[in-house]
Design a protein. Structure first.
Length: 381
């Protein structure tokens, strides 16, 4: 772990991040490096069980929840989602991606569960944010915690249904919206709240005791402050431990609403590496894990999504590497990044899990230099 150790301490020492936790696991061999503090004031050291806002590392967990319901027969991959999300029964689509939002046509086929899982539902963010339909989507689709501004899921779905799709279901990979729709789908299909379903079916069996949509007061001494980079590169406070995550939100974002720790996400990753089983608990079948961690995008869809995917593929809830474009891009590598400064990946061919938790937001969909340096160090070991 010399490379991750040196990398983390270099970024902490030069002030780019207040602190970080890195975890690399090969089977039972788990190595952890901590550096810095939970905040810029240095009120407490970063520790192994520090709690982070994991943002889009929520997405793979949400996808696993959907697949549980598929296995139970409550959902089917080819089933139209309008049975559970009737607000989306008759969406419209812009005539061309560049067309104004009032130049719309009917959608030829319904949105399916698989469209949501593969992020090809018709709503979401392509590489070009300037498209009129994408600008309209920005009025309702925000990052994970900002969605709490909506009073409930029903209101949000009604507003989303009024935004025209940018493409037909199945045609294009579009980031973000599908995962939030998956969270609502899980709640409606299961008859449980999304937080309750995740707690009972995933977090409790896997011992993910610190993963949730809020941080209770008794745990806030381990909760890191969140920052964004200021113009001079120094961290600027965005949210404190007693801020947004001090209460359960009204909107439970399947795309980015969770907090977690490195070891909690390790438990989830071990379940994936174990073909759906960990610590004597089977959460998914090998077939479901295989679908989750296999690329579902065409070459053309990958080429149109270079801003987010950098030419790689997408499974369910996470990226799947298909070509060795960088040293860390190992074909079959599965995982994702969180906009709050988090990353988690499994490398099935090597039996490796690599997790990095920081609390400084990304400035764009492009992974940060710290993320790339961490991945490079893991690839070299």
């Amino acid at each position: 772990m010399n490379a991750p150790h040196d990398t983390l301490h270099r970024y902490v020492d030069d002030g780019r991040v207040p602190g970080a936790v890195a975890l690399v696991a090969h089977g039972d061999d788990v190595q952890v490096v901590t550096a810095g503090s939970v905040d810029t004031e240095g009120t407490a050291p970063m520790v192994r069980d520090s709690i982070f806002r994991i943002a889009s590392l929520t997405k793979p967990i949400t996808a696993a929840a959907v697949l549980m319901l598929v296995e139970e027969g409550r959902l089917a991959l080819d089933a139209p989602v309008e049975e559970w999300l009737p607000e989306l029964a008759k969406p419209s689509m812009v005539r061309t991606p560049e067309a104004p939002v009032d130049d719309v046509v009917p959608v030829a086929r319904p949105i399916t569960v698989e469209d949501l899982l593969s992020s090809r539902a018709g709503w979401g963010f392509p590489d070009d944010f300037s498209l009129p339909a994408v600008q309209a989507l920005f009025t309702v689709q925000k990052d994970g915690r900002a969605l709490q501004d909506w009073p409930d899921h029903d209101t949000w779905l009604g507003l989303l249904a009024r935004v025209p799709m940018v493409s037909r279901p199945g045609d294009a990979w579009l980031y973000g919206t599908s995962s939030d729709l998956q969270g609502i789908l899980v709640a409606r299909a299961s008859g449980r709240s999304f937080p309750d379903f995740l707690a009972e079916r995933i977090f409790e069996p896997l011992g993910m005791n610190d993963t949730a949509f809020e941080v209770p007061e008794a745990k806030r001494h381990r909760f890191t402050s969140a920052y964004s980079p200021s113009p001079d590169g120094s961290p600027e406070l965005v949210d404190a431990p007693d801020g947004q995550w001090s209460r359960v939100p009204r909107f439970h974002s399947g795309g980015g609403g969770l907090v977690s720790t490195a070891d909690d996400w390790l438990s989830f990753a071990r379940m994936l590496l174990g073909a759906g089983e960990a610590d004597g608990h089977r959460l998914l079948t090998p077939t479901s894990v295989g679908r989750m961690t296999t690329n579902h995008l065409t070459a053309a869809q990958r080429a149109d999504s270079t801003l987010f995917l950098e030419g790689q593929g997408w499974g369910y809830g996470g990226q799947v590497d298909v070509s060795p474009a960088e040293p860390w891009h190992v074909p079959g590598r599965y995982g994702w990044v969180g906009g709050t400064g988090t990353t988690a990946h499994i490398l099935p061919s090597r039996g490796t899990i690599a997790i990095l938790m920081t609390q400084v937001e990304m400035e764009s969909p492009t992974p940060t230099p710290l993320m790339r340096d961490f991945w490079s160090g893991v690839a070299d070991n």
